[in-house]
Design a protein around this ligand. Structure first.
Ligand code: 9MG
Length: 276
């Protein structure tokens, strides 16, 4: 299976590791340590050295309560980083929901749009349709500011699955080829701890949709609730969750701790008689 992302065709015969590059001053899990163009670029190169297959560059935090960022500021944060990395040999993803940012990022060299709002902002679907980039369509209930206030589902698995499949079909109807679409159940986005782990436990159900599945649980608060650990002390919990997602068939794992997740991937691959 391949994920078609502009000039890149990503081979999904093994899970790919997407490294998180925050170009934000308020990122929830690194305290904005990578804010600033040069710091973000240096961090991205470190993630490449550690084995990242994809870099996900974001200029606006999606953590609950994070301050909104204007279009101009978001472009100012992400575009120079993408331009500096466009020839790094790895796929470049832009983490945004804003169509204007998508356009600027694609022009700067991004191969993937990673949208936690599943291309629902006016104009976003059209931007992706008119390009050839890959897209990650994620499920979220509510908006980042308030999504954890009162998540409400009758059947979280069914509702998230229905939403993602409807959205994927709509994207296809408007002209985004199926091979360009990846789905993500949105661990931590408008779900309780129990609902997040029900989704993780049923990752294989989403994999059976036939679309590539991305899972992102790195350092998220549900891991903190279960382990009692602070945000900077959740690496083992994150790698454990990543391994469970891989074992269930997820093809893209979005992480902060690339080196440690690659170690887990290497061990997992040995059980499939594969090496990287
Ligand atoms: C931007 N972002 C934060 N968490 C995420 C997740 O779980 N999945 C995707 N696709 N993007 C995310």
């Amino acid at each position: 299976m391949f994920w078609h992302c502009g000039s890149m065709k990503l081979d999904l015969s093994r899970p790919l590791i997407m490294g998180i590059v925050n170009a934000t001053p308020d990122s929830f899990s690194d305290g904005g340590a990578h804010h600033g163009k040069d710091a973000a670029i240096a961090h991205a190169w470190r993630l490449i050295d550690e084995g990242a297959d994809i870099l996900d560059i974001g200029g606006e935090s999606t953590r609950p309560g994070a301050a909104p960022v204007s279009v101009v500021e978001e472009i100012r944060r992400v575009v120079p980083v993408i331009e500096a990395l466009r020839d790094c040999g790895k796929a470049i993803s832009v983490d945004t929901s804003k169509p204007e940012v998508m356009i600027a990022a694609i022009q700067a060299g991004a191969h993937i749009v990673n949208d936690v709002r599943a291309l629902t902002m006016p104009g976003a679907l059209e931007v992706v349709t008119q390009s050839d980039v890959g897209v990650c369509v994620m499920h979220m209930q509510g908006e980042p500011q308030t999504m954890q206030d009162a998540p409400c589902y009758e059947d979280v698995l069914q509702e998230v699955e229905d939403y993602l499949l409807d959205r994927a079909r709509y994207c296809e109807l408007l002209g985004i080829a199926r091979e360009r679409i990846c789905l993500d159940y949105g661990f931590g986005f408008g779900k309780t701890v129990e609902q997040n782990f029900a989704l993780l436990a049923n990752t294989d159900r989403f994999v059976r949709s036939g679309y590539p599945i991305m899972v992102g649980l790195s350092r998220k608060s549900s891991l903190g609730v279960v382990t009692g650990r602070g945000v900077n002390d959740r690496m083992i919990a994150s790698v454990s969750g990543a391994l469970l997602a891989m074992q269930a068939g997820a093809q893209i794992i979005r992480v902060h701790d690339v080196a440690q997740t690659v170690d887990a991937l290497k061990i997992w691959l040995m059980t499939k008689q594969q090496r990287i």
